[in-house]
Write a protein that binds this ligand. Sequence first.
Ligand SMILES: [Zn+2]
Length: 423
Amino acid sequence: MFVRTVRWLAPVVAATVATAGVTVAQSWGGSAPAGSGRVTPRNVIFINGDGMAAAHREAARLFYAGLDGRLVMDSLPVSGQLTTSPRDPETPITDSAAGASAWATGQRTYNGAISVDVNGNPLPTLGTQAKAAGKATGLVTTAQVTDASPAAFFSNSVDRAAQDDIARQYLEVSKPDVILGGGEDWWLPAGSPGAYPDQPAADPTEGSRGTQGDLIARARADGYQYVSTAAQLATVRRGKLLGLFANEELFQQRPEGQGDVYDPPVSLATMTRTALSTLSTERRGFFLLVEEEGVDEFAHNNNGRRTLQAMGELEKAVSVAREYAARHRDTLVVVTGDHETGGLAVEDTATTDESGDGVSAEDGPFPVAGSPLSFNIDWTTGSHTGQDVPVTAYGPLADRFTGKHPNTYVHQVLAPVLTRRSS
Ligand SMILES: [Zn+2]
């Protein structure tokens, strides 16, 4: 029975607990009967590298860790694969809305659906259910906080574009304790620019566009601390927290040299750390969704350099989560992606470019860390593909993620943890 237990801990603590599985099991906090070999986690940190599949991870591994190195996200001791197909009448390739709905509800649905079934009926979501079960909940993302992936865990909508209504549902229905990311435009009505000015030079299409009134004022009235800068975030008290750090995404997604910017006012790692310090005060545990949106958006733009940069930021956030889980053994960390974006291939620099020119031309060369070698990134598409995605995991129940499963399987594993009322 302990073989399973030891396996997920092995790379982390093998040196100190090599003697006996019993020691390992007790180090979790003793909530499982001795010999059960399986403990229910109290906390879940679910991390979405939006658009991230195996080749994105491998390109980042070469670039940041080198030929013999390993990313933290790849060193989590359990790994498996997820398929990502939606239930859509028009395509077998998912979008982020259907992908996250599969995680959050266990049902495949159509692209654009936010946790509604194929007929548009709302489905219970893990974020809302975790709250009802007494857990603290939170979401941090470099996208709009109301973008498809977080939205699917904390709202229901027949259309992912209804981000102002999704924000309203956060305040009225799902009530996440921590909301950190971008998308200020959806929390304020037209004519109320907020902390981030309308029609900025970096993207003149941005501007407040909500139809639900001043939701920031409502959040404050509901007891949320509201912050909009890194300095403010650094001084927050514990308690409910809303932080909006951009009009839309925390970056500008464009092809190389065409105004592409990845310089977020607050890093994903910092947002993750802040969220954990707030959520961890709930003794019944927490659910935290962490998302790096830049992987997807820059891969859509076939921008290899920025895709790698976003991967690096995701990796730092994974490190924060993994360090937290190493200190809190009742925490499950899951790292995966909702689909593949770009048809990314890691290629030799010596090959000729077979796949077109313009933005879809090969990018590179990118150096392999600690080596004289380099590699190119090549692209098949500016859209999503049907490639499956790796899932890696650490902590109690991590071993459930071995094997190849549909993405709805995430729900199968997490639902018993997050929907059961804990005392
Ligand atoms: Zn996408």
